[in-house]
Design a protein around this ligand. Structure first.
Ligand code: LLP
Length: 469
């Protein structure tokens, strides 16, 4: 997180430049293909996704709206499935989940990871086979566990000693044997934002390998008659580009896997190495293809198993962001353009749009970088640095910190922000009583609303005061 005030770092010598990685483009209308879903291009300045022109789509559904390129999403799911042959690929539903997406990813051969009763409900409603669902969470309630066991969820990833005891009681009361994985922390500092790095020791998830808690957790699961020990689970964080983090984690987790065999005489058939594969939000990011990730991870696992002299477990992974993130863009309408003179005389252009931190909290929460493009016309104006901000009552309500847009960007223009499929709609809020935007799937020239826009009635449905009047 930048310790400096947002206005502080950009006007050091009076000239407003933006960050070093952001080059002024020759043509501010041009799309950078690596940042957009596969079926995205421009026609006379109008952004077209999945054969649907965004100005036409907006005429029907209004803005802001999340536009999901269905063929792109399916292709990314297939790419993981095909690259990771011999693995199970669980799509991490927390990135974005709705009934249609749950159905599409299972049609493409993926399994599903959920972490709440709400996500489980969506999955079951979509007809996902419970045996192909994994259930996560660092503090699952007895009610949640009971439902998951009763529905026949294929694996529950336990995260605390209390939960092991709780799950044992639940399984016994339902007379079931529940397959279980044990979430471990591998002690890896993944190079990502602190709040989304999860395998170093000082955080709430998992059992520490180094302290011995992880081995003790396995011992307790093995001793519980209603629990079946499937294997260890490690997730080191999110938006990770460097495979060395996975390598170190896999080495430590497999060492524990082998130790369980020796010390407890238990052969665990499975191993999950989690998700976290990074995607491109801006030109700074250079993500690996699934095939490269698969080759690197398989090599690590094979090498370690050989070195430890153990049979290779059946491995699974849990990508969320890398499947849904690049498949979606958010389209907004520009409401105002304000030029603000900063200390030193430089001028920052604030382009305000009709959404913001309620539909994308990631910029405010993680200091995330995004990019954007003018989506509703071609402009001959030169590129000019702009900051795209939302409509909420906070100075930190920034959507895109820095982008070169045509200098004549004006009210009524549409702007589209790519790579908003993951952790945007799923973390959206009703701050300032904003209505959460719809998700519109586009494919072969057809637009289908798969999650509708909220209405004021939706918002007020939980506000019981009106019924007293
Ligand atoms: N498996 C587990 C156990 C997880 O906790 C997560 C993400 C994933 C898989 C999927 O990770 P992915 O492949 O999507 O990176 N809200 C943050 C990200 C939080 C990630 C939480 N866990 C963000 O917007 O960057």
């Amino acid at each position: 997180m930048s310790p400096t005030h947002e206005a502080g770092w950009a006007h050091a010598d009076g000239a407003l430049r933006g960050p070093g990685w952001l080059e002024p483009p020759d043509d501010a209308n041009a799309l950078m293909p690596s940042l957009w879903s596969a079926n995205t291009h421009k026609v006379d300045g109008d952004l077209v996704v999945g054969g649907v022109s965004l100005p036409e789509l907006v005429a029907n559904v209004n803005t802001p709206a999340y536009v999901l390129d269905e063929a792109d999403l399916r292709a990314r799911a297939r790419a993981f499935r095909d690259a990771f042959t011999g693995y199970d690929v669980y799509y991490a539903g927390k990135a974005f989940l709705c009934t249609s997406v749950a159905r599409w990813i299972t049609e493409e051969g993926l399994s599903l990871d959920v972490c709440s009763d709400g996500e489980l409900t969506v999955a079951l409603r979509a007809g996902v086979d419970p045996a192909r669902i994994g259930y996560h969470g660092n503090t699952k309630t007895e009610v949640e566990l009971r439902r998951a066991v009763a529905e026949g969820v294929g694996r529950i990833v336990v995260d605390s000693f209390e939960e092991i005891a709780r799950l044992e009681r639940v399984a016994a009361s339902l007379d079931r044997t529940q397959p279980v994985m044990v979430r471990v922390t591998a002690g890896v500092e993944a190079h990502t934002h602190e709040y989304i790095a999860t395998a170093h020791e000082d955080q709430k998830f998992g059992f520490s390998i180094t302290s011995g808690d992880a081995l003790e957790a396995v011992r307790r699961v093995v001793a519980a008659p209603g629990l079946e020990m499937l294997g260890l689970h490690s997730h080191i964080g999110s938006q990770i580009f460097d495979t060395s983090g996975f390598e170190v984690a896999a080495r430590r987790v497999l060492a524990l896997h082998a130790k369980v065999g020796v010390e407890l005489g238990v052969r665990m058939p499975e191993l999950d190495l989690g998700g976290g594969f990074g995607i491109a939000y801006t030109t700074q990011d250079d993500p690996s293809e699934p095939a490269e990730l698969a080759a690197a991870m398989s090599e690590i696992v094979e090498h370690e198993c050989r070195a430890l002299g153990i049979e290779q477990p059946h491995v699974s992974i849990e990508p969320g962001r890398a499947i849904v993130g690049p498949a979606v863009c958010t389209v907004y309408t520009v409401g105002t353009v304000k030029r603000v003179e900063l200390d030193g005389g430089a001028v920052r252009t604030y382009v305000s749009v009709d959404g913001g931190m309620s539909d994308n909290i990631r910029t405010a929460l993680y200091d995330a970088d995004y990019s954007c493009t003018l989506a509703s016309r071609h402009s001959d104006a030169p590129p000019a640095l702009a900051r795209v901000v939302g409509k909420h009552c906070e100075a930190g309500d920034i959507v895109v910190k820095d982008e070169f847009l045509p200098a004549d960007v004006r009210p009524g223009d549409l702007l589209a922000v790519p790579s908003t499929g993951a952790y945007c709609r799923s973390m959206a809020s009703n701050y300032n009583h904003a209505l959460r935007p719809p998700v519109v799937a586009v494919r072969d020239g057809v637009a289908t609303t798969i999650v509708r826009r909220e209405t004021v009635d939706d918002l007020l449905a939980t506000d019981l005061g009106a019924s007293e009047l």
